[in-house]
Design a protein around this ligand. Structure first.
Ligand SMILES: *[C@@H]1O[C@H](CO)[C@@H](O)[C@H](O)[C@H]1NC(C)=O
Ligand SMILES: *[C@@H]1O[C@H](CO)[C@@H](O)[C@H](O)[C@H]1NC(C)=O
Ligand SMILES: *[C@@H]1O[C@H](CO)[C@@H](O)[C@H](O)[C@H]1NC(C)=O
Length: 548
């Protein structure tokens, strides 16, 4: 959760990175977990055709990171690809530390043959997250994996411990490799429709979840795909929703769940049916053609496939999805990452200090397809924005290169887009989608309350329908076609934060920008200085980080 970090800030772990990870000095006693990851190409055949996948320690999807609130994660990533590479951490807030965010605007790429040690802290976080490769179109080749952050032992979780906690990464997949897909986008062509869907890297009964009758399991579902919203359901079973992107929710039962690009949900499933193999079904939403895939939910002692029909799911219905989204509520009395109830932060009582309206658009620029926000289609500069900002290198970006309200009509221009904002502001952001395609927006460094969403055009009167009491706090939100979604967000995390479309072609072709949350304070309580091991590139190449 983004808000109410005040008291927790007292026990700051000051990270002094020396030459070796083993020589880390800390003031504070939050545990450390060390990872050494090697990123390589390797053969994978998710849809029956051999492809070059991006593997982490030989695995596709990559290994699951397991952590507990406030753990420090020291992840040394060795890049054995022939391409510059970065991982980013969807939903991990990198408090005071956007240098570690691992996107083009914050972190220099790890060169081929090089390595970089990320130093992350899952400060005041619980819940379900994932990591992914952020540069070029690498995400189309894999390199992603699940992250789960468990509660500290003394903090109550609003449900009994599950018999097992399974990552369930779902997403669409293309048979063309990432370089070919990138080339298509660079040359102005559309990606087209995905070739299939994957569940934990496999299609059609390729992946099995083992369960025992009478037990309850937690499934952590994330949509790690590129282009499509998905729906998931379990044959013969219902799902009890318990967590959304770091928030404990009212525990509502669903027979199927929409998961938009970049979103994560935890559900509990009780194995209360006869011992068979059941299908876990995933299918596309809001697409002209519906494709699907399955995994297997296998009871121990299963005597074969369940005779029941495969469960159907919604296809193009938007109202169904909107109603489901509105039914997801914050459990005000449950604890989040800290012992006090989630509802003790009254997000709806705080006066907003600024309204930012962000309209998405598709436009042709120089004869090529681009995507934009408020008429600006972002281009990455030669130097990460955060690093240029730190060294005060002029000419890389200017603050205010994207406006607070829609402009440009349907047209767009190319620009390195940076919006300025003040630390401690409390903003209302309205995502406006005048297009006919569902959108999904993610903000790095933050979680936010989804106070409203509806069809039509947003106006100040729309505020009357806001949920100012028990809206869920999350970090990725959908915006339905010809609709809007409004969020409240306290700007309590200084840094340079990527705001992006989770539709990967849109993101790649400019539908993103950076929010520079700034303070004049230079205290480490507000923002950490550049990491000592930061790689330096572009116009910052050859500078020193900090004295060792
Ligand atoms: C992608 O496929 C093309 C051929 O279509 C090939 O030339 C290229 O090397 C492949 N790239 C990767 C990363 O596998
Ligand atoms: C690369 O890995 C070595 C250990 O093998 C480590 O000492 C070094 O700090 C890493 N480099 C960076 C930039 O993190
Ligand atoms: C909300 O959380 C409380 C406290 O943990 C729990 O007792 C209650 O069952 C939860 N309510 C719902 C509807 O999930």
């Amino acid at each position: 959760m983004a808000a109410g970090n005040g008291a927790g800030g007292v026990a700051i772990a000051l990270l002094l990175f020396l030459a070796m990870p083993s020589a880390l000095l800390v003031a504070g006693d939050d545990p450390y977990r060390f990872f050494t990851w090697t990123v390589t190409y390797g053969d994978i055949t998710p849809l029956g055709v051999k492809q070059q996948g991006i593997l982490i320690n030989g695995q596709f999807p990559g290994p699951t990171i397991e952590a507990v609130t406030n753990d420090n994660l020291i992840i040394n990533v060795f890049n054995k690809l022939n391409d510059p590479f970065l991982l980013s951490w969807n939903g991990i807030q990198q408090r005071r530390n956007s240098f570690e965010d691992g996107v083009a605007g914050t972190t220099c790429p790890i060169p081929p043959g090089g390595n970089f040690t990320y130093i992350l802290q899952v400060k005041d976080q619980i819940g379900t997250y994932f990591y992914f490769p952020s540069l070029a179109f690498h995400k189309a080749a894999g390199g992603f994996g699940a992250i789960r952050v468990l509660s500290r032992p003394m903090i109550p979780v609003p449900f009994p411990p599950p018999a097992a906690d399974y990552p369930l990464l779902i997403g669409d997949w293309y048979k063309a490799n990432h370089t070919d897909l990138k080339y298509m986008l660079d040359s102005g062509k559309a990606l087209g429709f995905p070739d299939g869907l994957l569940i934990n890297g496999r299609s059609w009964d390729g992946y099995t979840f083992n369960v025992q009758q009478g037990r309850t399991y937690r499934f952590r579902i994330s949509n790690v795909g590129l282009s499509t919203s998905l729906n998931i359901r379990f044959q013969g079973h219902t799902m009890k929703l318990v967590e959304v992107e770091g928030s404990h929710t009212m525990q509502t039962t669903y027979s199927s769940l929409d998961v938009h690009l970049g979103q994560s949900y935890s559900v509990l499933l009780t194995a209360d049916q006869p011992a068979y193999d059941y299908a876990v079904v995933v299918s596309t939403r809001f697409t002209s053609k519906i494709i699907s895939t399955t995994a297997v939910l296998r009871y121990s002692g299963s005597t074969g496939k369940s005779p029941a029909a495969l469960p159907g799911g919604p296809t193009i219905q938007i109202d169904w999805s909107l109603n489901q989204a509105r039914s997801i509520r914050w459990n005000l009395t449950a604890s989040g990452p800290r012992p006090n109830p989630q509802g003790s932060y009254h997000y709806g009582m705080v006066t907003t200090t600024r309204t930012i309206r962000l309209a998405s658009s598709s436009a042709t620029v120089n004869g090529k397809q681009r995507y934009a926000v408020n008429g600006v289609s972002h281009v990455n500069p030669d130097t990460p924005l955060k690093i240029a900002d730190y060294y005060k290198i002029a000419g890389v970006f200017s603050v205010g290169t994207i406006s607070d309200s829609p402009s440009g009509g349907g047209s767009a221009y190319l620009q390195t887009a940076v919006m300025g904002a003040s630390y401690r502001d409390y903003v209302e952001i309205v995502f406006e989608n005048p297009e006919s395609e569902v959108q999904s927006w993610h903000i790095d460094g933050y979680a936010f309350w989804v106070v409203g969403m509806d069809g039509g055009k947003w106006s100040s009167a729309s505020r009357q329908g806001y949920n100012l009491r028990d809206a869920v706090s999350r970090y990725t939100v959908q915006v339905y076609p010809n609709s809007w979604t409004a969020i409240y967000m306290p700007l309590d995390n200084v840094g340079m934060w990527n705001v992006r479309s989770e539709n990967w072609a849109r993101q790649y072709l400019g539908q993103q920008f950076y929010l520079r949350v700034w303070t004049s304070s230079t205290s480490w309580r507000d923002e950490y200085p550049i990491p000592k091991n930061a790689l330096l590139c572009g116009r910052a190449a050859g500078r020193r980080t900090r004295p060792l």
